[in-house]
Design a protein around this ligand. Structure first.
Ligand code: NAP
Length: 292
């Protein structure tokens, strides 16, 4: 069994990005600029946004963090999005999700200029991704594709099972694994209403779990020699940790790993790649790679 090291891969990619940024700056260009909008003080969101700002520093990007309290109105937030859309100094921006319940998340996502939507959540980017046109691909599935590529995992013609059908992970992952120019695999998507889920999973050469159910995938669900990608990151109580919790994946790692040819750990697998792909999307936005 080989461990797929997302942390080391992400570090290598960030070095590649930083080198490219220095080439851009040496040619007289300006540093890519990512803005992040954070509403409220949710612990998880704070951590993610801090990680994104830190990654900007590592890549030589400029970053701006815009904060609002939980009681921000939808109009105020839409105003902020409009300002960022119009700001020529900002190449790309994200609005950290989830937003408080009084704000219509979809309305905010659709207000973002798709040419600056480096999260890849705007319907224009989602639609272009689905038909294989240049676009910003959402960071988690893009990171998984990159891990598979860099670890030499053959996907063409293979059987891939995606567990979960969320808009940010399961659906785009399945789309990308199915498309000729990316995975070129035969894809099955499983969800909470799938019958015979364990049997479906056992058919997978590549199993991608994104359901948010700690240690849900056991060895009886995994074919001998499969490649297993664990997207799940659930905080479970752990008295041995200073924080009082640890991150648990959707896969029962200890039991499943011996059956796999390759597997991602949690933490240190998919997670670090997600932030890294946001950086790649921001670089692409600054270079106008996807849109003029
Ligand atoms: P989500 O929006 O909650 O979607 C979960 C999906 O899993 C749904 O499609 C749901 O089915 C399905 N599901 C839930 N329980 C199931 C069960 N018992 N059997 C089969 N399917 C089941 O979650 P998400 O946003 O995609 O995130 C999934 C996990 O990935 C979470 O742990 C999240 O923290 C993690 N995540 C990690 C990263 C990273 O960078 N590492 C990024 C994003 C998400 P229905 O559609 O039928 O409800």
């Amino acid at each position: 069994m080989k461990l797929i090291d997302g942390k080391a891969t992400a570090a290598a990619i960030k070095e590649e990005i930083a080198a490219e940024v220095e080439r851009i700056v040496a040619r007289g260009g300006r540093r890519p600029h990512l803005a992040a909008v954070l509403v409220g003080h949710d612990g998880g969101s704070e951590t993610y946004v801090r990680g994104k700002v830190k990654a900007c520093g590592e890549c030589g990007f400029r970053s701006t963090l815009i904060r609002y309290e939980d009681d921000v109105t939808e109009e105020e937030l839409l105003g902020c999005v409009a300002r960022l859309n119009a700001d020529p100094e900002v190449d790309g921006f994200i609005v950290q999700l989830p937003l408080p319940p009084h704000i219509d998340e979809q309305k905010i996502i659709e207000a973002i200029d798709y040419r600056k939507d480096v999260d890849g959540f705007h319907p224009v980017n989602v639609g272009r991704m689905a038909i294989g046109l240049p676009c910003f691909i959402s960071a988690t599935p893009r990171g998984i594709l990159e891990l598979l590529r860099r670890y030499g995992v053959e996907t063409g013609g293979k059987k891939c099972v995606v567990l979960g059908r969320s808009n940010i992970v399961g659906k785009p992952m399945a789309q990308l694994m199915m498309q000729k120019q990316y995975g070129d695999a035969t894809v099955t998507v499983c969800h909470s209403h799938t019958r015979g889920l364990a049997e479906e999973c056992r058919t997978a050469d590549i199993l991608i779990a994104a359901i948010g159910r700690p240690a849900f995938v056991g060895p009886e669900m995994v074919k001998e020699g499969a490649v297993v990608i664990d997207v799940g990151t659930t905080r479970v109580p752990d008295a041995t940790k200073k924080s009082g919790f640890r991150l648990q994946g959707d896969v029962d790692f200890e039991a499943v790993a011996p059956r796999c040819s390759m597997i991602t750990p949690v933490p240190g697998g998919v997670g670090p790649m997600t932030i890294c792909m946001l950086m790649l999307n921001t670089l692409a936005a600054a270079r106008h790679d996807c849109y003029a």
